[in-house]
Structure formats: structure tokens, C-alpha cells
Design a protein around this ligand. Sequence first.
Ligand SMILES: [Zn+2]
Length: 456
Amino acid sequence: VSKTKQQYICRTCGSVHPRWLGRCPDCGTWDSLEPQTLDASAGRDPQQGLAALPTAEAAARPLRLPDIDLAEVQRLPSGIGELDRVLGGGIVPGATALLGGHPGIGKSTLMLQAAGELAKAGKTVLYVSSEESPQQLRLRAERLGIHEDEHLYILADTNLARIVEAMRKLKPALSIIDSIQMIYKSDLGASPGSVSQLRRCVTELVYLAKLDGAACVLVGHVVKDGSLAGPKLAEHIVDVVLSFEGDRYHAHRIVRGIKNRFGSTLEIGLFEMTGQGLVEAPHAIGSAIEDWDQERPGTTVCPVLLGSRCALVELQALTATAFPGSAKRKAAGLDSNRLAMIVAVLEQHGGLRLADRDIFASSAGGFRIAEPAADLALALSLASAHLKKSLPPHTAVVGEVGLGGEVRAVPQLEQRLREAERLGAKLLVAPPQQGLPKNNRVQQVRSLGQALEVLR
Ligand SMILES: [Zn+2]
């Protein structure tokens, strides 16, 4: 009997367990653990099978520090400004990027548009599709306004060996693999979509990209049911990880940098999904600005920082009579712990009785807001909904709320004020802070109590 050790790896989160379990204890996904024999793929050289390449040896030669070329990283702009912003100016040749997101929100659309732009600029692009036929892709491309282009190649295949062969023949500046979870290497026993297949295929594509100095984008579906190995499992292998966010029922989309070996991860790309594909939307977010002149109890607008930019996001709250002893607290796009904290502060320092109320709070369109600077806007939304009072029209609110009910300073207040005014704000409710102009367009509040007085 062989003594090879077995372990189980979760397809969704990548956690490793010594024995099989019906449900992953780390991420809670059912039926997602997959057996792996420890020595099967761990020690294998990813260059195996690609070894006959002449460049492999030259790439491995050690260099003395002063001999290393300091030329700035060359980048390949995708031609889509909001995408290039997240990438730090463009895709780096030789690098592999992973674009993860939920199925159906537009990852393929974004990549096909980028492919079209690059092809238009005279770069050869190979688009490998495992989910659509070449006919379907051509129709989709035509809908997106990408017309026949001599530089854009489509390949409908899932076999890694054939894909690699096509890449070596065409020598594209960019290859797009949509989606990486469907690709398989035939000499590997595991089924497509498994952890071993995903890791092996990604490792080989990353290696090939480095060797050829060609960029590669891998599209990965984030699935919660554990049926496919998630893109998370490949994040440590690739150079750049981008997350594509938004939901299929709203028009806006965000591309967020999670990892970038060639730039910062602070920037965010903003898009809107339209009938003609994704349109760059560097300023507009949600419906915040549309009916700002109306008095709407429960609604506030907050200038939120997204990377180096500022955008106005609408926060909404609703309170309703709850069954005694079982009041609900639900947050969408907001941190639920933060919501619980704000509710407690409103009870203690705002004199509001919320214990027997169901409370719902959301950011418009499901935008994920993480910064504490949105605390005061959330608190005023809740108070406004509960008291059935509104803020004056065209009011933006910003400030962090402390446990003592005090309103605290926030970073980049001037930038937020400038952006809010540019988008039509007539009043900014904000913490007292250096650098704020003393005029009637800014209402400085030191405490939650003072902020509540702005409601009418
Ligand atoms: Zn898991």
C-alpha cells in the first residue's frame, strides 16, 4: 500500500483540510472539498513540456545588480482609460492578469472591448473563448461596435496544448482566456474546473507569457456553490489581480485592483453597462444626482473616495415596526458591524429609540462602501427615515462617528467638498476641520446631536 498522503482542498477559498467534510469550515460552501494527493502536482516543474524553448536558458542567467536594465516598465494601453487607470497605465508585456467576477456581469464584454481597441491600434490579440462559439463572439463584437479587424483572432477551444500552440504561432501582444476554469491540460488526471487543473493551467500560461514577453488576461468566474475552482486559488500565481464588481440588475460596474506587481492597487475604474457595451463613467455613480432637489426622508448623499477620486454615493435607510425581540438589521453595500454601531450611537447619543425597529440600510445600486467617512451619512439616513424628516435638498454629508457621538475628521475633506460642489451640492455637513471655507455652503458639526438639527 502506497503511503502517499491525501488532503482536501476547497475549490472556493483554497483552504486545506486533512479529511473530507461536507461543508468547508472556512468559507461555508457545501460540497467544495476536493481530494489531492500531496506529491502528485506539487513537485512538478511548470516548464515541463515547454522546455524545448530556446529563450528559457537566457532568461535564467544571473545578473549583477548594476547590469540590470532600469528602463521603465513598458506598458500596453488597452485604449480603455478606466481599465488602464486600474492597471497603472496599461497591461505590462510578459505579465499575466486575472480578472475575477460573478458570472453574467460583463467580464467578457470588457475584455472583448479591450481586445477591439488594441486590435484597432494595430496589436495582434488572441481571444480564446471556452463558452461561446466564434459565431456568437462575432455577433457580440458587432453589437459592441467592433467590426472585422485583421488583428483580432478568435479561438474556441479549451485544450491548453492547442491554445499554447495558437499563441506560439500567432505571437499576439495580448491573449485573453475566457474563462480559465474551462481550460484543461489533457495529461492531468483531474477534471476541468478542478483545483489541480486551474493551478497547472494558470502556472503554465504565466510562464509562457513571461517567456514570450506577451501579456495575458485570464477571466475567472467567482462562483459560490463550490462547483468550480475559484479564481482566488490562482491569485498568488499571477502578477495582477482585478476584481470586476457590480450586479446584473444595475448599470454601473467597478474594476478594482487587488494585486498589482507593477503599480498601486488604490485606483478604481468606473463603468456603466449600456446596450452598446461598457461605457466609461468616471464621475457618475448611481442615481445620487438625479432627483437631488426632492426632499426624500431616509436618503443622504455622501462624497466617497474611490482611489484618488471622489464620487457621490447615495445612502438609503428604512425603519419599520419589528416583531418584539426579533428586530432585523440588514445592510447592503455597507458593513453590517458598522450599521450596528451607528444604531447603538443613535440610541445613546441621538435619543432615538430603535431597539424595536427593523432597520434596512443600503448604498444605492449596491456600491460597497468601506470607509468610516460615510458614518455620519448613514446615521443621518437612519434618523431621517425614523423621524420622517429630510435634509435640505442638494445636501451632502461626510464624517466619521465615534462611540461617544462625536463627529470626527475625515481624510481629503477639501477634495470631497470640491467634488460635491462640482456635482451640484449646495450644502456640505462635515466635521470641523482645518482648511474648510467659512461660508454658508458648509455646516460644521461636532456631534451627532448637532448633525440631527440639520434635519427638518
Ligand atoms: Zn472554502
